[in-house]
Structures are given as C-alpha cells and as structure tokens.
Design a protein around this ligand. Structure first.
Ligand code: DGL
Length: 277
C-alpha cells in the first residue's frame, strides 16, 4: 500500500529543448494541480528544430535517463521536434508511460476540421518528419494536411516579441500560403507557438480553429494516469517540492523566462551536465 502511495506521489517528468515546453507544463499544472513535476529544459543544445533525427533522438534518450534518476512515474515529451523524432525509440526502451505532444494535437485537429484541410506550423524537424500528416491521414483518409516550417518563430518568442510588428510581418509571410488554400484548422505544432497565438489567430481570421497541443496533452496525461491508477490525490505544498526545474545551461535566464509564463514563483532552476547521462 505504501509502495503504491509513493508511486502515485512520484513526479511527472516533462522535457523540452528549452523553455517552450513550459507551455505544456503550465497546462499540466492547471489541469492536474495534485501532480508534482520535474522539468528538464535542454538550454545548452536548443534549438532541436533545426537538428537531425538521430541527434534529437540521442538527446532525448539522455534526458529520459536523467528523468529516471528522479524517479518519475510518467514522461511527457513537451517538445514537438522530440516527439516527432524520438517517440518510437523511447517507447521501445522504457516501461514508463510516455505522452507526446503530437498525437493529442493531431486527434483534436481531426475532430475540429469541417472542410478536411488542416494546416500545421512547426519547426523544420517536425515538418520534415511528416508526423502530423501521417497520423492525421491514417485516421481520416480524406483529410489533407499541409505543413509549413516557421523557423523564425522560436527566436522571436525567446526574445519576448510576442506582440510586435516584426512578429506580425513574419507571421503574415509564413501564413499567407495556408490562408490561400483555405484551411479551417491550424495546429500550433511547436511548443513556443501558443505564446504568439493571438498574432497567429488575428492573421488566420476567426474562421480558422487553432489547436494548441499543450491543452490536449495535459488532458491525455490525465486520462493515462487515471487508467493506470497513478493519479496523486494529495496536493503537495508549493515551492521546491511541487515543481522542480533542471536545465543544461543558463539557469538564471531560464528562471526569468519561466517566471514570465508560469504563475507560480519558480524559485530555482538547477544546471546539470546532461552529457553525463
Ligand atoms: N520545443 C521545440 C518544438 O516544439 C521548439 C524549439 C526548438 O527548436 O528546439 O519543436
């Protein structure tokens, strides 16, 4: 009984290439307030979106090994590029439940589209993998998925230019072709993009449904924990016990950014050497 209780109170391991996955962590905090989180942001090696499949998989394996040292009960890959490249390898190698951000977002888009034209905006690695397209077309054969890599969005978000004429200008150029082909649903297929949701929404117009996989991922995590009887039923005290943050570099900068999007004061982020794992 004690063992089961300890397992249920174990943290969820959440990882991303850097700060983007905080949009997913924030949703988990909101929807699953009883859960503890250990977050790892690979700030030394970000961005993943311009790297190769093999490199992203190698990085993701190291992070999962690190998270296992923190006795996590489940892992959330809070990064589209890592979900696109490493999910299969990670699922084959670990016994822990693994929740990625692609499948929940794709499922929602399938339900949302009426005209069968779904757009995906994401990093180069995610678009190159064709993961959203494969998943959606497998489950809804008449649906057409159009991907568009938007590599400049990540640095714009990291520079804090969430509402800025520069972001408007670049978004206008990236999104023009998706407007032309009349998509009715657009997946924000990169963890940074929910932070510029209002810019994207304004440019796409009201008729286009924006899908934020962060929301769906937290919902999926909840379902998985329920099914496996792994939910925590006690709310831990705020502070270092409930949410812990690790990074591979620049811990202070990470903490500052995290505090700008997470409404619980993040006291510290600890830098570790991820190459040791
Ligand atoms: N977190 C990444 C993703 O969702 C974006 C940042 C990066 O390129 O590493 O794809």
């Amino acid at each position: 009984m004690k063992e089961k209780e300890a397992l249920c109170n174990a943290p969820i391991g959440v990882f991303d290439s850097g700060v983007g996955g905080l949009t997913v962590a924030r949703e988990i905090m909101r929807q699953l307030p009883n859960e503890r989180i250990v977050y790892f942001g690979d700030t030394a090696r970000v961005p993943y979106g311009s790297k190769s499949h093999d490199t992203i998989t190698r990085y993701s394996r190291q992070i999962v090994r690190f998270l296992q040292t923190q006795d996590v009960k489940a892992i959330v890959i809070a990064c589209n590029s890592a979900s696109a490249c490493a999910l299969e390898a990670l699922e084959a190698e670990t016994e822990l439940p693994i929740i990625d951000v692609v499948r929940p977002g794709a499922k929602t888009a399938l339900e949302a589209t009426h005209n069968g034209k779904v757009g995906v905006i994401a990093t180069e690695a995610t678009i190159r993998s064709n993961i959203y397209k494969r998943y959606i077309e497998e489950h809804g054969s008449s649906i057409n998925v159009i991907g568009k890599a938007c590599p400049l969005f990540v640095p714009l978000v990291e520079e804090g230019l969430w509402e800025d004429p520069v972001t408007d200008e670049i978004a206008g150029r990236y999104l023009a072709e998706l407007i032309d082909i009349d998509i009715d649903t657009l997946i924000l297929g990169c963890t940074h993009y929910p932070l510029i949701r209002s810019t994207v929404g304004r440019i796409m117009g009201e008729k286009v449904t924006l899908v934020n996989p962060a929301y769906e991922t937290a919902r999926e995590l909840k379902e998985v924990l329920q099914k496996k009887g792994l939910e925590s039923d006690t709310k831990p005290e705020l502070g270092t016990e409930r949410y812990r943050f690790f990074v591979s570099d620049a811990a202070d900068k990470f903490r500052e950014f995290a505090n700008s999007i997470i409404p619980y004061g993040i006291l510290s982020a600890k830098a570790i050497n991820i190459e040791d794992y």
